[in-house]
Ligand binder design. Structure first.
Ligand code: ATP
Ligand code: MG
Length: 568
């Protein structure tokens, strides 16, 4: 490709809503263009090229793993969403609309219902299973805060795959195969990543893993062990139970007057105890289907923090929201003095696993200015769940080493679904005995357009993008410094034609612009390698540049073609 013919509207200006390097450079480099600043983007020729390259790697590995590509309608009938029960549950991210005949539709944010519908119409027998179908297609989610460019768009490109099996065991085999396949994809794309255990929602268990591209700008906090390969999203992370070195407070069960002592810190000072022996009681309003809601008390050790996703899963709610003091007093609760043992009638209480059989505990008395000391939960029959957020320094369940936090960008997600969709949608097969059974499913996603942002978050410097080998828009860029110098032009053309003939994807910067401007564009666009043909050609030398680190090597102009032939 000749730069002079290419539509790459590079600019020096940083878009005013952009803070992340990937957002800034993808716009400044003319890869993408914002459409009205609302999570919608046009892909310009270079952006489309990179997107296609990433997509090709994804497709290649999936096809090799035996998956089959299909393409489903982006507009999906609301009736399917009603069948699965998600039409109501999904909330405002689901963009709903009506056609001229008043039929209701949804722009697909994910395609479980659509794929199940496809399969239930065409697969009848165990002989046709297993099956893994995928597409690389547009998705629309009316995100509340679209931001960071391609990272969190409203319309975005996703690879979504769904597998169908006769039993759980076979689904798990495919799940492992997809994990391996995703690893290959991320390695080929040159990414530093970690596969972590993820929140599986109401399904629970370790049936869900996320592929996290490591980057300081990542929106997800992940907990990792440096000694073994344990890693988990903070929402799903677990830890080895840790004992407390501090002495337990000695007291018989009693009510204690604790005026103006409403925080864990104040209480710890007041009683001279470690927060480990205090009960932290957090009130939240849990939201359920059909507008139903209730106040729930979550009790955990004062040394722990509530992990809200874990808490939400514990009560099977759609969401948890904060409550005001007025709402608390309406149900007879006193902010700052709440406790799990004497909660008013009808208020649901959930205990953290770590409180099981705890003794010498101090908790709120559900009465203003009073706490209860000397509480023992030994043998207490309560609703126990894992509610605590793993903290840095907590110990790994697998090897006992300290855990630490790091940041990641969720670029892929694999999930063991079971029969969650096949059952309500009646996606059944006839087994060997002619008995109808629901298919067991897995679902597997990759944020293809988000990957462009993730690649740049991990690979950039203060001048621009540094694409990895398999994601780069071109293999090589040739810069002719002075377009009026016939000798320079002649060598540039020769290298360009020869490399093209060899099958390399080459960009020849043949523009009339000043050399400085061309070099700036090279740095901004981030093609991995360049040949710079400049003044030194008179001495028989050209420069070979590696974009990562801007490493420059002088090469004889006579030998450069051979050098390139070997290299690419
Ligand atoms: P997130 O937690 O980041 O909102 P998600 O868990 O809702 O993502 P999934 O439903 O698992 O996303 O979708 C599969 C993949 O699609 C994600 O792993 C992510 O890479 C990508 N993705 C999700 N939402 C967006 C978005 N708004 N813009 C770009 N990519 C997205
Ligand atoms: Mg996800």
């Amino acid at each position: 490709m000749r730069f002079s013919r290419l539509l790459v509207p590079t600019t020096k200006e940083t878009p005013n809503d952009a803070t992340l390097a990937s957002h800034i450079y993808l716009i400044r480099g003319g890869f993408i263009q914002s459409v009205g600043g609302s999570g919608l983007y046009n892909f310009l020729p270079l952006g489309k090229k990179v997107l296609d390259k990433v997509r090709a790697v994804v497709k290649d590995e999936l096809d090799k793993a035996g998956c089959q590509e299909v393409s489903l309608s982006f507009v999906t009938p609301a009736s399917l969403w009603e069948e699965s029960g998600r039409y109501e549950k999904y909330g405002k991210e689901l963009l709903r609309f009506k056609d001229r005949k008043n039929n209701e539709f949804v722009l697909g944010p994910t395609h479980e219902e659509m794929m199940v519908n496809l399969v239930r119409q065409s697969v009848k027998s165990y002989k046709q299973l297993p099956l893994n179908l995928y597409q690389i297609n547009l998705k629309f989610r009316d995100e509340i805060r679209p931001r960071f460019g391609l990272m969190r768009g409203r319309e975005f490109l996703m690879k979504d795959g769904y597998s169908f099996h006769v039993n759980e065991e076979d689904m798990k085999r495919e799940f492992d195969l997809m994990e391996e396949t995703y690893r290959k994809i991320f390695i080929r794309l040159g990414l530093e990543f970690r596969v972590v255990e993820a929140d599986s929602g109401a399904i629970g268990g370790s049936g869900s893993k996320e592929f996290m591209v490591l980057a300081d700008s990542g929106e997800d906090t992940i907990v990792v062990c440096d000694n073994c390969d344990y890693g988990a999203n903070i929402e799903a992370a677990v830890r080895k139970e840790k004992p407390c070195d501090a002495k337990a407070p000695e007291a018989d069960f009693a009510k204690s007057h604790t005026p103006d002592t409403t925080t864990i810190e104040d209480l710890a000072t007041f009683f001279h105890v470690d927060p480990y022996y205090l009960v932290k009681t957090v009130a939240k309003r849990a939201l359920y289907d059909e507008g139903r809601s209730e106040i729930v008390l979550f009790a955990l050790r004062g040394s722990d923090e509530l992990q809200e996703v874990k808490a939400c899963n514990a009560v099977d709610a759609n969401d948890l929201v904060d409550v005001t003091e007025e709402e608390l007093s309406e149900v007879g609760l006193e902010a700052g003095y709440m406790g799990p043992t004497t909660a008013p009638e009808g208020v649901r209480v959930v205990f953290d696993n770590n409180l099981k059989d705890a003794s010498s505990m101090i908790c709120g008395a559900n009465e203003k200015d009073y706490h209860l000391v000397g509480n023992s939960f030994v043998g207490l029959d309560a609703d126990y769940h894992d509610l605590a957020a793993v903290q840095e320094g907590d110990l790994c369940v697998h090897c006992g080493s300290p855990l630490r936090y790091t940041k990641g960008i969720e670029a892929g997600h694999i999930f063991q679904l079971g029969t969650q969709y096949s059952e309500p949608l009646g996606c059944n097969f006839l087994d060997e005995n002619g008995k109808a059974q629901p298919m067991v499913m897995g679902t597997y996603g990759i944020g293809v357009s988000r990957l462009l942002a993730a690649i740049i978050e991990q690979n950039h410097d203060d001048k621009g993008c540094i694409w990895t080998k398999e994601s780069a828009p071109f293999d090589l860029q040739i810069l002719v410094s002075n377009i009026k110098d016939e000798e320079q032009v002649a060598l540039g053309e020769k290298l360009y034609e020869a490399m093209k003939a060899k099958g390399a994807d080459v960009l020849l910067d043949d523009r009339k612009d000043r050399f400085g401007a061309k070099m700036k564009d090279y740095e901004l666009l981030g093609v991995p390698h360049a040949v710079v043909i400049g003044k030194k050609l008179a001495d028989g030398l050209v420069e070979f540049v590696s974009r990562d680190g801007m490493i420059k090597e002088e090469i004889s102009s006579e030998k450069v073609l051979n050098f390139l032939m070997e290299r690419f």
